[in-house]
Every structure is written in C-alpha cells, then in structure tokens.
Design a protein around this ligand. Structure first.
Ligand SMILES: [Fe+2]
Length: 285
C-alpha cells in the first residue's frame, strides 16, 4: 500500500452510527484523501445496517482500506458454524447484530486482511499477528512487539487513543469511534499526514448526541436482547470507563470460583456483577 496525503485512521466503530455520522461530516472538513479502517465495524450498538450505510458512503468517497477485527471473526464464526448464541449477556448482542446485518456485508469480511503494510507501518486491529491481542502501553507483550518489528504499528482494539514509543518504534492507536475509553461521550480517531516523506499524526476527538444513541438502544430493545453486557456497553460510552471489561471479568471469575467451566456464563453471574457496577438502575445517573 502507498502512504501519501492525508489519511484518516478509523477503528472500533462497534455499530455506533450516531458517532460515525458525526465523523462522516467532520471528515469532509479535514481534506482527507484516504481512510484506513482498522476493524470492529459492527456489534454492540443498535441498528448495524445504519453503520453499514455510512461505511459504504465513505468507501465510495475515499480511497479506503479495510482490516479485519475480532468482531468480524465472531460474526464469520456464526456465518460458518452457528455456535450457541442463546445467552443474553454472553452472546445476545452478537446475535442481534448478526440477525440485523445483510449477509452480503458479513461476506465482505471474508477477504479482509488481518494486517497490511506500507513503507513505514504495519496496520492491524490488535497486534500484527492477532486481532485479539491488546497492545496496552508499558506491557511486556507490547514492548516485545516494538523490539521485534522494524515498522511502526498502527492499530486499535484497546479503545484507548494514544501514541507510544519504545525501542525506537512507535504505536499509534486512533482510539474508538463507537465505544471510546477516556473522557466518555465522544468519538476518537486520528489523521496521518505524509508531507514529502515526513509523517505526522494528529489524535482527534469530537462529541456526539449520546442521548440519541440511548433512545436507539431503547427502541431496538437491545438492552433486553444483550442483557447486562449491553447495559455495560452504554455505561462505557457515557463514562469512558471500561465497565464492560470489569463486568466480564467479574462474571467470569465468580462463575469459575463456583466450578462453572466453558465460555457461556449463566445469567445469574452477570446479574451479580451488574449490581456491583450500578448497571441495574437508571443508566444515565
Ligand atoms: Fe476489537
């Protein structure tokens, strides 16, 4: 891939079309030539086809490249294998997304690469080899990647926007459009500019109407379909705190402590963890 001009780096939309729509109009004022989409297009927020429509419009308007995130792999797993997705908090949100997305768009994920490279960078969702690997700053796995690569890494997946340099190499994470960690109630992305070989990065944020999103959650019935997991997603969006991760961790740990094996955790464990994080009452408090 050739890196020239101004490129928007867009990651982790997670079906938040309300945020993506604001970004769509913002990009028109940013004089963008290219977009690199870093994965996790769908799942977690309501009405996935509304996100698909905006992605298609962006694809028509800009020179675009698409990378496959872990969410795309989950949806493809359902496409091929139809695993048991009956648990509300465990898989309800994924099932909702699959059921409400045209198969044509799911099939678009099949040929998406896990990474691509240009002269200076490797672009990926998680790490260059795994779209589920989290490259958090100051962690051993992250620093090992920076030791062994001779390219700078551009990726998402952690939903934390930032630039990290170690061992003479840099990671650029544009953050998340749909479920940003940090301040909350905003979308994040980045612009990379190549001016005659000199590359600059700009981390960007913008607000969007999260109450409009809340109403869409209600209207779509996703809070029921996706259970406590979806309630945590919404709290994540408004607070910028990784509530979903806390909920998952606590529900899993409690189930394991009581000898429950396997990926699917009974709803009662989710309910107990949800209580602890204030997810059973008014989500806008
Ligand atoms: Fe991800």
């Amino acid at each position: 891939m050739k890196n020239s001009g101004r490129t928007a780096l867009i990651s982790d939309i997670h079906s938040n079309y309300i945020s993506l729509e604001v970004l769509y109009y913002e990009l028109k004022t940013e004089n963008i030539d290219n977009i690199i989409f870093l994965g996790d297009y769908l799942t977690d927020c309501p009405y996935p086809m509304k996100t698909v429509e905006i992605i298609k419009a962006l694809k028509d308007e800009y020179n675009s490249v698409f990378i496959r995130g872990n969410r795309e792999d989950y949806l493809l797993d359902y496409y091929y294998n139809k695993p048991d997705w009956s648990s509300p908090s465990g898989r309800g949100s994924l099932k909702y997304t699959y059921d409400n997305t045209d198969l044509e768009f799911v099939e678009f994920f099949i040929d998406m690469p896990l990474s691509i490279i240009d002269e200076n960078h490797i672009y990926c969702h998680g790490s260059p080899e795994k779209n589920t690997e989290l490259l958090h700053w100051n962690r051993e796995n992250t620093d090992n990647w920076l030791l062994k690569t001779d390219l700078d890494i551009i990726g998402g997946h952690t939903h934390v926007q930032g630039i990290y340099t170690k061992h003479g190499r840099t990671i650029i994470n544009p953050g998340s459009v749909g479920i940003a960690l940090g301040k909350g109630k905003e979308g994040n992305y980045a612009i990379m500019e190549n001016k005659n070989g000199e590359i600059r990065y700009e981390l960007k944020s913008y607000p969007y109407d999260y109450m409009k999103l809340y109403k869409e959650f209600l209207k779509s019935n996703l809070f029921e379909i996706g259970g406590y997991f979806t309630r945590a997603i919404y709290r994540n969006i408004v607070t910028g705190k990784p509530i979903t991760m806390f909920l998952l961790r606590d529900a899993f740990n409690a189930a394991r402590a009581e000898g429950i094996e396997g990926d699917i955790i009974p709803e009662s464990y989710w309910a107990r963890a949800a209580e602890k994080y204030g997810l059973t009452g008014d989500l806008n408090d």
